[in-house]
Design a protein. Structure first.
Length: 241
């Protein structure tokens, strides 16, 4: 991957298996030779049936899952880092300044106010507290979270409200690569449209996205192309490929 081109992420020949340690070390093959790229300003959608490994791909790119073989090349400024072989500190650095991630579940420190949960990524980048909280407030309002809830911890919210806080936190800044795992799954039609708007704004600013959408309308509205994960399914153990 050339640092001067538009490619943000290049997944090359990635294999993945899971070992079930509680079942005698049984090995479950998942992916074989997974290969694709994500360019700046492009939304690449992972396709395939439930259980095919789409969320696992996002976790491998995020550095949460190890890979068995292959490379995951991420462009960070003028450098290219292989996340499949990078030291933990380098993966953490990539998460701080290059990779954003909107997962299906909100994981935050208990008892922290929703406003501060959303503002935190900006604070970590050095933005003043007042400005970070003002931008967080605008994002929460845009996603329909009433102001009376901003001072409360998200753990007290409904599932849909928690997901909107999750989305607000993920979209509050523009990192070069954004991973999206079913961001609209718990949302009503109005908030789905808001998320579509946010995605389009980020794409227009050159953010590259790797996404999972089970909602066909959202997929068609923002997806540039689909990578069929099932085309890279590993053969079951003992079965010829």
């Amino acid at each position: 991957m050339a640092a001067q081109d538009r490619t943000l992420l290049s997944v090359e020949g990635v294999d993945k298996t899971f070992t079930l340690h509680l079942q005698g070390g049984k090995v479950i093959p998942v992916l074989d030779g997974l290969t694709f790229e994500v360019n700046a300003g492009e939304c690449v959608v992972l396709g395939g049936r439930s259980g095919a490994g789409k969320s696992s791909v996002l976790k491998m790119v995020h550095g949460s899952y190890a890979v068995d073989a292959g490379r995951i090349l991420l462009r960070r400024g003028d450098r290219v880092v292989d996340l499949a072989r990078a030291e933990p500190r380098e993966v953490l650095a990539a998460r701080r300044d290059t990779i954003g991630y909107v997962s299906q579940f909100l994981r935050v420190v208990p008892r922290v106010a929703a406003l501060d949960v959303v503002a935190e990524p900006l604070r970590l980048r050095g933005l003043a507290a007042e400005e970070a909280r003002a931008r967080a407030a605008a994002m929460l309002a845009r996603l329909g979270i009433p102001e009376r809830l901003w001072s409360l911890p998200p753990a007290t919210f409904s599932g849909g409200e928690q997901q909107r806080v999750n989305i607000a936190r993920g979209f509050i800044e523009r990192r070069p690569l954004l991973l999206l795992d079913e961001p609209t799954a718990s949302l009503d039609a109005r908030n789905r449209e808001v998320v579509i708007e946010l995605i389009r704004e980020h794409l227009a600013d050159g953010v590259g996205m790797l996404a999972i959408f089970h909602d066909a309308d959202v997929r068609e509205a923002v997806g540039d192309r689909i990578v069929d994960i099932e085309a890279f399914q590993a053969a079951p153990t003992g079965v010829p490929a």
